[in-house]
Design a protein. Structure first.
Length: 489
């Protein structure tokens, strides 16, 4: 999709789209038409009533410069959110593709929030992300996407907004495209190659492989990965565009390219979805790609521990005791609680190697998170109120929703082991998301840290809320959230 702008005097287009508030008698920003066309528009407005997501198409004479008008309902004004225009723009883009149009135009309405050019960003993000489709392995491809023209007032200066919004949307799409890959096409080595491809002299890329992982004391990554012929990797990307002595932000993402559960084998039902257990790492890749392209004047480090968790003669076992990178020992009671082991190594490494001012990790860590919060909200657990507040603020702006869960000493006590420093599961099914975070907290000494459990939101599931810009499959959750946080630093 190519994106350009035109002022309101330019009306030549295959499809001119305007937004309509519920029970409103006008289309926001729509130019004047002849009496006959105006009557048809007014009748369509009465029929559709501006209901959220409802679309109405009005064909015009072939001789006119505008071939069709599309009216798009955005619901009641008091119910508008930062996601409304994004959601409806996505539906418009999908309709334009369905009509096999080469281009379409959307009239940018006034901003409904106190953010300059926010509607422009929402139009671009919604349109681009909604047109993404994972058809890599289909014989018949989706075809080319229609180009978008955003109709704006003459005085609007939005070139920077457009460029930024495209990069952010492409970062999320990049994350989706990797996360959707099947396990036979995406191993830890494949992820390492993706990291190399996006660095291209813009970022420093380092890959730590076996046996160096064992030699350097990455006991968690080595243990989880040893059951697979696809060897584990620790992927590190460094974007050093801030002041030389400024401490970086470290982003850590769990990337289990496929999770069978290991010796503690998962049930067969829906095990195919465990290709999405790499989504945390894919999120970090998408963020780092965008950070580099935006040339943010910051120091940002992305760390991705990547393994394939398989049962086999070399697999780690329930009952094993392993030594993590932090120097602490962990008793293994369930080999399906593997994500916290590889994340612990990466978190400790990130803190010791970079002395960061903040660490943020992403992981499809616990099914308990889905039980607690469902499939539309991610869990946040943190040791720092200020950092959590900033993440919450970015969550509200991007509508990638999060909810904070507590972490006190009672939860820390639940993972104490009688034979090691800690055990890799808590007590029964109680507080599964929090006890997993408690395990991670043992890897952090003093750095402000936020853990984001994306198990419910990383891909579309049966109870996932419909969002036009999140077609079936991986959602890219976290990319827009953290890019908003980083840009505001």
């Amino acid at each position: 999709m190519k994106i350009k702008t035109a002022n309101s005097s330019k009306k030549k287009t295959n499809l001119l789209c305007g937004f309509v508030l519920e029970n409103d008698s006008k289309v926001l920003g729509l130019p004047k038409f002849d009496a006959k066309t105006t009557n048809v528009i007014n009748q369509s407005l009465k029929d559709m009533e501006g209901k959220l997501g409802k679309l109405s198409i009005i064909p015009l004479s072939e001789k006119k410069s505008i071939q069709r008008i599309l009216l798009a309902g955005i619901g009641k004004k008091e119910n508008l959110t930062n996601d409304t225009i994004r959601f409806v723009s996505g539906k418009i883009a999908q309709k334009a593709r369905e009509l096999k149009l080469k281009e379409f135009s959307i009239i940018s309405p006034p901003s409904f929030v106190n953010e300059p050019n926010s509607t422009i960003s929402q139009i671009i993000e919604g349109s681009k992300m909604a047109l993404y489709k994972f058809d890599k392995f289909k014989s018949e491809k989706t075809g080319s996407d229609p180009n978008l023209t955003i109709i704006v007032s003459k005085s609007t200066k939005i070139s920077k907004t457009i460029k930024t919004s495209e990069i952010v949307a492409n970062g999320a799409i990049f994350t989706k495209s990797i996360a959707n890959l099947p396990p036979n096409e995406c191993t830890p080595t494949t992820l390492a190659n993706f990291a190399r491809s996006i660095s291209k002299n813009k970022m420093k890329c380092s890959i730590i492989s076996e046996p160096e992982l064992k030699k350097k004391g990455f006991g968690g990554i080595s243990a989880v990965g040893q059951g697979s012929k696809n060897q584990p990797k620790l992927i590190i990307l460094e974007h050093n565009h801030g002041p030389r002595n400024e401490k970086p932000i470290v982003l850590v993402g769990k990337a289990v390219t496929f999770d069978t559960g290991g010796i503690s084998l998962k049930p067969g039902s829906a095990m195919d979805e465990m290709k999405f257990d790499k989504c945390g790492g894919c999120t970090v890749l998408g963020i780092m790609k965008a950070v580099s392209e935006l040339k943010l004047p910051l120091n940002v480090v992305g760390i991705i521990p990547s393994v394939e968790n398989m049962p086999g003669g070399e697999s780690y076992r329930p009952g094993d005791i392993i030594k993590l990178y932090s120097g602490k020992t962990a008793e293994i009671l369930n080999t399906d609680a593997e994500g916290r082991l590889i994340l612990s190594d990466a978190l400790s490494y990130g803190e010791k190697q970079y002395s960061p001012k903040a660490i943020i990790d992403f992981a499809t860590l616990t099914g308990a998170c889905i039980v607690a919060l469902g499939t539309n909200v991610a869990a946040v657990i943190s040791n720092d109120e200020k950092l959590t507040k900033k993440i919450n603020e970015s969550s509200k702006r991007t509508t990638e929703e999060v909810w904070e869960l507590p972490l006190n000493q009672d939860y820390m006590d639940m993972i104490k082991s009688e034979v090691a420093d800690m055990k890799n599961v808590g007590i029964g099914k109680a507080a599964g998301t929090i006890t997993a975070a408690a395990f991670l907290k043992n890897a952090i000494e003093k750095t402000p840290w936020v853990h984001i459990d994306i198990a419910g939101v990383a891909w579309t599931q049966s109870s996932t809320k419909e969002k036009s810009y999140n077609p079936k499959g991986a959602t890219g959750f976290g990319v827009r959230l953290i890019l908003d946080y980083l840009q505001r630093l």
